[in-house]
Design a protein around this ligand. Structure first.
Ligand SMILES: [Zn+2]
Length: 95
């Protein structure tokens, strides 16, 4: 995302590395598991129901309909489902 000119400055301003470091620290402190997933996972473009991956999706798209299973997805909720599934897969099977 840092290569995206529209997102680069906000992400750099938020100090993404510091954010993830704090998240890992807080997770350990609370007795939770911290897992990093593949940064190139198409979390918002992959349908969490059937696995279909949309070829392209503009950043201003907030909801979309899967061309395969025809379900309507909220982009953020769909991404959260995919990220959770990826984290659970790393827990179960490793990297
Ligand atoms: Zn689908």
């Amino acid at each position: 995302m840092i290569k995206n000119p529209k997102l680069a400055k906000p992400i750099a301003d938020a100090s993404w590395g510091e954010f993830t470091r704090q998240l890992e620290y807080k997770a350990k402190w609370a007795g939770r598991v911290y897992i990093e997933i593949d940064r190139f996972l198409p979390s918002s473009k992959r349908c969490h129901c059937c696995g279909f991956v949309s070829e392209s999706m503009l950043l201003d798209v907030c909801s979309w309909i899967c061309l395969e299973c025809e379900r309507k997805h909220d982009r953020d909720v769909n991404a959260a489902c995919n990220i959770k599934a990826a984290g659970l897969a790393v827990l179960a099977f490793g990297d």
